[in-house]
Design a binder for this molecule. Structure first.
Ligand code: ATP
Length: 684
């Protein structure tokens, strides 16, 4: 027997391993199994080259548990190691990385762990002792046993092993007992070894027999050695892609379509990305892309590796250029990884462009599902916008689809306002905004349907991108002012009449929580509705944007502000005005005359006090002014009260207000009930 010290440059490398990679303890199994797979593949290569002439036989890597002894064993029938090789590859870990890394990153110690290909020594994260019993494939090689308890001291001795290959025996640490559970190991094998290139066997297949699950004679193979992404796209059918998707995500609907990535220059990358069918809830769907390095699972945290918006996609990416065991921040700053990200963006947009060109109809059918990705992509990635602007679609309220350019041409001649700004009209709810949409269509306008999750920020973006253009929701104003062609028609009423009419209606508007109403009178023509509610585009949109952007909370706190527009041309509104005039005339007369008197008095007072500073005024003068102002306010109040009393008695006023509220979906509960009762009365 021989004893020695492992050639670790840093004496205390083990505590460092344990400490820094605590959260990732479980990767030890991936490292052991992939070493076994590597050793097996090396043997296969040697056989192909004629350097190994023996029988290959069963090449499966076997993982087994012995709960009594507290061991996990990983066995392969690969090339094995001679004593010299153990010394070289295991004892002098320098060869497998540590030294190289220390040398390369000695100025940046924090990075070491991040770059450190842990390899074989990761076994000490869970094991108090590791044995290697190995026999090289070479003729006449002797079996050896290497044993180490995690300190730099090891023992090496002759061993009894008939077959070539290696058994790595991990004597599991007391605080890592969970790794002696069958389910845990099965879970880890499924996570990390699902697509490794050599069969990985863990126990026997089970079947239901005599009332319980029992082992059969057949090996339980964890992995599929030739996953779909490693095959040539030309040999694959749609069904192959769909069924691979089902193995990856058994709980998901069929994907919309997929992209088979296959590149060998300037870096190596294969993979399949799927566009899943999702319509809502972006958050839930992230991290569904699995990253592999030569069929060995690395991570499913792909931010930074694939572009942000494509983290919504599903699928696998495999690249030997994606380093195993590296920290997140390292991955994100790695130049290779950046190239990968750019490449993927380009591939995805090429594919979308191709589908759009080849099968526009099919593309349109998928658009509603696709839209979220594309909007998200355009919003978050300038380069993607530049590509996507040619195949992103706009949908109108009739369900027709247009590219940006097509839509612009469609509305160019009809929807420019007097300042030459192109106005894109849109609706967010076809049912709720039905009558506004209808009014716009009657005017010969086209209305877009923008009801998607990201449409509000998309509108903000498109307004910036499109030249001299503006988006306006159909209910943002009365139809003539949505796209102002020339100066809007003025009300035919006098200022007083308008003010009185507004007073009547304002006094009867409901007091809704966080809602504000303004009333205005407009001549909209005898055929237009008597009343309607509009909501200013800017305020509404800022409120909606505040959901997406931090720092806009101010807007979120503002009440919703609506306009109640009265159509002074409509007979019903005229009737209210007439009735109001006759029923308030008598009471109004003395108020008006008092008001006129006081106003004249105030004007005179102001004139006489003009040019004087407040401190130059006598007490009498001050009081006089204050009293007059008070008297005016009193009369105005009386006037308001008069109109309010009239409004209160007037069923038409209530009916009209409720109609407007109803049209906007704002009439609910008791108010709706009253409206219905009143309607029945009126029909009678
Ligand atoms: N099961 C095995 N059979 C034969 N040789 C092995 C086996 N396991 C490890 N080795 C040898 O030990 C070396 C060191 O392994 P280790 O896992 O530390 O590094 P690596 O596999 O070279 O790289 P990585 O750090 O990426 O895992 C391997 O390169 C290989 O030569």
């Amino acid at each position: 027997m021989q004893k020695g010290n492992i050639g670790v440059t840093t004496e205390n490398i083990f505590p460092v391993i344990k400490k820094f990679l605590y959260s990732d303890h479980e990767i030890f199994l991936r490292e052991m199994v992939s070493n076994a797979v590597d050793a097996t593949q090396k043997l296969k290569t040697l056989a192909q080259q004629g350097e190994f002439k023996g029988e290959l036989g069963d090449l499966a890597v076997r993982v087994s548990l012995d709960t009594e002894k507290g061991t996990i064993t990983i066995s392969d029938r690969g090339i094995g190691m001679t004593e010299e090789e153990i010394d070289k590859y295991i004892n002098q870990i320098a060869f497998s990385g540590v030294n190289d890394f220390l040398e390369k990153y000695k100025d940046n110690a924090n990075n070491i762990i991040g770059h450190f290909g842990l390899g074989f020594y990761s076994s000490f994260m869970v094991a108090k002792r590791v044995d290697i019993i190995t026999k090289s494939y070479k003729d006449g090689a002797k079996a050896v046993k290497w044993s180490c308890d995690g300190s730099p001291a090891y023992e090496i001795d002759e061993a009894d092993k008939a077959d070539r290959g290696s058994d790595i025996v991990l004597h599991v640490d007391d605080d890592c007992k969970e790794f002696l559970e069958k389910n845990k190991i099965e879970e880890l094998l499924n996570k990390y070894c699902k697509f490794m290139a050599v069969p990985v066997v863990f126990g026997k297949k089970q079947e239901w027999k005599d009332g319980k699950m029992q082992d059969t004679d057949e090996d339980h193979v964890i992995n599929s050695v030739e996953p779909l992404w490693t095959k040539a796209p030309s040999t694959l059918k749609d069904e192959d892609y769909k069924s691979f998707y089902r193995t990856l995500y058994p709980m998901h609907d069929e994907p919309l379509f997929w992209i088979h990535l296959n590149v060998d220059y300037p870096f190596n990358l294969t993979g399949i990305l799927y566009f899943p069918r999702i319509k809502s809830n972006i958050e839930l769907q992230r991290n569904k892309i699995q990253l592999y390095c030569n069929q060995v699972f690395v991570t499913d945290q792909v931010e930074g590796i694939v572009p942000e918006f494509l983290t919504l996609l599903h699928g696998v990416i495999d690249s030997p250029d994606i380093p195993l065991n590296v920290s997140r921040s390292y991955l994100q700053s790695d130049r290779e990884v950046k190239k990968i990200s750019t490449y993927i963006t380009k591939k995805v947009s090429d594919r979308l462009q191709a589908i759009f060109k080849e099968d526009r109809k099919g593309y349109e059918e998928k658009w509603d599902d696709l839209k979220l990705f594309i909007n998200y992509g355009m919003l978050s990635d300038e380069n993607f916008y530049d590509r996507a602007k040619d195949f992103a679609l706009l949908k109108d309220t009739e369900g027709k689809y247009f590219t940006f350019e097509e839509y612009k041409q469609l509305i160019e001649s009809t929807q420019k306002d007097k300042d030459d700004t192109l106005v894109y009209l849109y609706a967010t709810d076809r049912e709720e905004q039905y009558s506004y949409i209808q009014a716009a269509k009657d005017k010969g306008y086209s209305v877009l349907q923008l009801d998607g999750q990201l449409d509000v920020p998309a509108i903000q973006m498109l307004e910036q991108k499109f030249e001299k253009s503006r988006f306006t929701r159909v209910d943002a104003d009365i139809i003539d002012r949505l796209i102002v062609k020339d100066d809007a028609p003025k009300s035919t009423l006098s200022d007083d009449e308008s003010a009185n009419l507004s007073s009547v209606f304002r006094s009867q508007l409901p007091h809704l929580d966080k809602t504000e109403f303004m009333v205005e009178v407009q001549a909209l023509g005898a055929n237009a509705r008597p009343v309607m509610i509009t909501q200013n585009e800017y305020m509404r949109r800022m409120k909606e944007m505040s959901r997406f952007q931090a720092g806009m909370n101010f807007y979120a706190q503002m009440p919703d502000s609506f306009n109640l527009v009265l159509n002074s041309d409509h007979p019903l509104v005229k009737r209210v005005l007439d009735e109001c005039g006759s029923s308030t005339a008598d009471a109004l007369k003395p108020i008006e005359s008092e008001l006129r008197g006081q106003e004249a008095r105030l004007a005179a007072l102001r004139q006489s006090q003009e040019g004087k500073k407040p401190e130059e005024l006598s007490q009498e003068e001050k009081d006089d002014k204050a009293n007059t102002e008070k008297a005016i306010a009193e009369q105005k109040n009386k006037k308001q009260q008069l109109f309010a009393d009239f409004g209160k008695q007037n069923a038409v006023v209530h009916q009209l207000i409720d109609l407007a509220l109803l049209q906007n979906g704002m009439l609910k509960g008791e108010a709706l009930d009253k409206f219905l009762q009143r309607s029945v009365e009126l029909i009678k």
